[in-house]
Design a protein around this ligand. Structure first.
Ligand code: SF4
Length: 258
């Protein structure tokens, strides 16, 4: 295998993030999803070629994203075809979870999906509504249950900003009770697409301090090539890595939370 390109810090490509659609069925307040796909959306075969090319450059993990990737037709066949290439070590989907019922969870698991990361920005229906997630809370909780029931490992992504800063502790509590990893994401400036304002940011340091008051934390460092800082509860039961803006991921049509 030829060594792939490295960034200025000597990190390889690591993760390929492949957006399957620009559309989404939610309208989170920190995101501006498109309501239609561009005419240049890749075909199934083009996606497979891209995964093969990225793997030859050193990508070992594939994240299928959107918009909302469960809106994209042919998701399970794509996962199955990528796994059949046997070129990447992990295939994961990042989804808002609204469309994940038991049969789709089963189909994705049978296709070889290794993990699903589900976005959830609050631990109660009103908090989710406030963040632009509509009336999706019950659907998302059910989706987590469907994934777990078919043996699909789950992580939860939570974008934290002033509007839902009061949800960090309730979300940590919820994720501990569900036995899933909570990934806290700082509200990021992505140009003119999400109306970013610095006063709406809650820093990773503030989040870990707040959680540590309830459940003492200890840092467990970063995975090689990752910008995510990880902590674990001293008493066990899960981990929660606040994520700074990511720099080591390949992006293909980046739109949305994935
Ligand atoms: S953040 Fe994700 S779930 Fe929310 S509107 Fe954007 S793409 Fe959809």
């Amino acid at each position: 295998m030829t060594p792939g390109p490295l960034d200025q810090r000597g990190r390889g490509l690591g993760v390929l993030r492949l957006s399957l659609t620009a559309r989404c069925n939610l309208a989170c307040r920190y995101c501006r999803p498109e309501n239609q796909d561009p005419p240049t959306l890749l075909t199934h075969q083009q996606r497979l070629k891209l995964v093969g090319a990225a793997a030859r450059l050193g990508c070992r993990r594939l994240r299928l994203t959107g918009g909302e990737p469960l809106l994209a037709p042919g998701l399970a066949p794509l996962v199955q075809a990528v796994k059949a290439l046997d070129l990447v070590e992990e295939v994961a989907v990042t989804s808002n979870g609204v469309l994940l019922d038991r049969s789709l969870a089963q189909a994705l698991r049978q296709a070889g999906l290794d993990r699903i990361t589900i976005s959830l920005d609050g631990a109660d229906p009103q908090a989710v509504l406030r963040m632009g997630g509509g009336h999706s809370f019950a659907h998302v909780l059910a989706a987590i249950g469907h994934a777990q029931a078919v043996g699909l490992p789950v992580k939860i992504n939570m974008v934290v900003m002033a509007h839902n800063g009061d949800q960090v502790i309730p979300m940590a509590r919820l994720c501990r009770s569900l036995g899933v990893e909570l990934r806290l994401i700082e509200y990021m400036d992505v140009g003119n697409r999400n109306g970013w304002r610095p006063e709406q940011v809650i820093t990773a340091a503030a989040m870990t301090t707040e959680i540590g008051r309830h459940w003492p934390l200890e840092p467990v460092g970063r995975q090689h090539g990752s910008t995510a800082r990880r902590w674990r509860y001293r008493a066990g039961e899960g981990s929660c890595p606040p994520l700074p803006p990511s720099a080591n991921r390949s992006v293909v049509i980046a739109t949305g939370c994935g």
